[in-house]
Write a protein that binds this ligand. Structure first.
Ligand code: MF3
Ligand code: CO
Ligand code: CO
Length: 272
């Protein structure tokens, strides 16, 4: 049975959205991307991670939007900032970014009730060649995941495309965190695993909205959670990278909602 909720239709528990939903996600996704664009010039050696969080929060509020992470399950910041061996959910604070760091900044904005969730990698000054290579592999992994999205494909096709590529590059895919449905809800069905088998998982249908956000490690995939209850790090202390887009399944393929309007989704990285 299909129930109708204000332009939202569900098959099982996965919502299918109409044109108004796409329009809402376009606005939210664009603002999330613009927030990460805005931060780029501030991601330099010596910057306090807390300062980047303040800039993001002011930007979001100035644009009439809300920071989705602030107060989410007790999280007290606007963005997550995850340098080096931090896999995800690093908490902005007194940490200062240093020359050679690679760092993920993850933002989620709410615009007119719709969630735009996106993250990207920045290099702080000049970085080691292997760090740059990891970032390149991570962006290519996300792209291969996005390329697998079309009606009739399955969520496992996304994971398979990402995993086979990442492992062919002698890196590993984190298992403990996944992409997720989103829309008016921040974290919704379906889960989008970044590893898996072709032809398995949920069938993709026009109107589904979800993120793809692979975390890729230079070493092995296991992670551990720090005592703060949020910060996830690689168990072997190897470098980790992540990038994230929010997207929708269209009649013919995919629409990516969180592209940078000025083409800055992949910030240039200088190699030492
Ligand atoms: N933006 C993250 C994601 O990609 C979620 C962060 S939740 C927070 O799903 F509370 F840590 F901010
Ligand atoms: Co997400
Ligand atoms: Co995110």
């Amino acid at each position: 049975m299909t129930d109708t909720l204000d332009g939202e239709y569900r098959t099982g528990q996965i919502k299918l959205h109409d044109a108004a939903g796409f329009e809402g996600m376009r606005k939210a996704g664009r603002l999330g991307a613009e927030c990460l664009d805005m931060l780029a010039p501030y991601v330099v050696p010596g910057v306090l991670t807390e300062k980047l969080d303040d800039l993001a929060r002011e930007f979001i509020l100035d644009h009439g939007a809300l920071p989705a992470c602030l107060g989410y399950r007790g999280y007290t910041k606007t963005v997550c900032i995850s340098p080096n061996h931090i896999v995800c959910h690093g908490i902005p604070g007194e940490r200062v970014l240093r020359e050679g760091d690679i760092v993920n900044i993850d933002v989620t904005v709410i615009v007119d009730g719709w969630h735009g969730d996106t993250s990207r990698m920045y290099g702080v000054g000049a970085v080691a060649p292997r760090a740059k290579r990891l970032v390149d592999v991570t962006y290519e992994a996300l792209q291969r995941g996005l390329d697998a999205v079309k009606p009739g494909a399955r969520t496992g096709d996304i994971g398979h495309a990402i995993q086979t590529y990442v492992e062919s590059m002698r890196c590993s895919v984190v298992r403990d965190f996944c992409g997720h449905g989103l829309g008016r809800v921040f974290h919704d069905a379906p889960n989008i695993l970044h590893f898996g088998q072709k032809g398995t998982g949920e069938l993709l249908k026009p109107g589904m909205f979800f993120t793809i956000e692979p975390m890729v490690n230079l070493g092995k995939h296991p992670v551990k959670l720090l005592a703060d209850g949020w910060t996830a790090v690689t168990r072997d202390k190897s470098l980790s990278a992540q990038c994230e887009h929010s997207c929708g399944v269209t009649e013919t393929g995919i629409e990516v909602f969180t592209l940078s309007p000025t083409g800055q989704f992949k910030p240039p990285i200088t190699v030492a």
